[in-house]
Design a binder for this molecule. Sequence first.
Ligand code: IPD
Ligand code: CA
Length: 281
Amino acid sequence: MNQEILLELLRVARETAVSAGQFAKEKFDQPRTVESKGFRDLVTDVDIAVQKLIVDNILDHFPDHGFLPEEEDATLPESGPIIWIIDPIDGTTNYSRQQPIFAISIAATHPVYDATQTVIAYEPLAGVVYDPMCAEMFWATKGGGAVRKDGNGRIYPLQTSPVNNLNDAALCLSLGSTRDKRIQAQQWMRALGEYVFTIREIGSATLSLAWVAAGRLDIYVNQGIKPWDVAAAALLLEEAGGSFGNTTGNGFDWVGGAGDCLATNGRVHAQTLQILAENRL
Ligand code: IPD
Ligand code: CA
């Protein structure tokens, strides 16, 4: 894709993420409504309001683009030359309990079609992950590298960690929501836990991937991932030298809902896959 178009997609995504993040931060300490939209799956009034802010801003710039957002909205166009994959607040459980770890995730993607014109994947072109509580933004464009901007406006290239041995690795592993997934996750946690340096679960898949891209974590495992959790951060990770796929060593399933994800710094990917395979129930 033409570089000028990529940069324009990125510019709009960044500007939109800042407005969305400021809004979510302003509302952080205020009372909010929290509803269940599924088993161990929450939505707050702020998720809905932030999504509307994001979508309205993008449509102002690109009226012919489509959307794949986390929160259901039948009024939005689903198809277009570019599909915006959006998680208005990734880390909703954290947000709903006033735990200050969450992020806005906005990705401009290119839909990939099969011979019957069915979408089989999304190729991220430009992605932004914004952590408003730290005023920290991560962004990337396809083939253009990835960067982090800190709260003081300084910009750093994103690069995964040099860790090449599981003994030195920081693992982040999510439990998942169903009983079966939790039993599997605990088996993997036990097996990987014998080797890794330390384990975290920060409650936001998109920030976890961004932190792998930034070299703060080395491995992220989650069996319950949706495209909006990772569309922006997968691009960050790939541009920062990491590896992103599923727990069997294949590509992430963008449309089938498998939800299976393994993201690493690249160097410990094969070792991690081997332990996951040996401990698959
Ligand atoms: C969830 C968070 C969580 C992860 C779940 C996601 P949400 O997204 O990223 O950390 O474990 O798989 O669905 O609901 O907070 O946007
Ligand atoms: Ca969310």
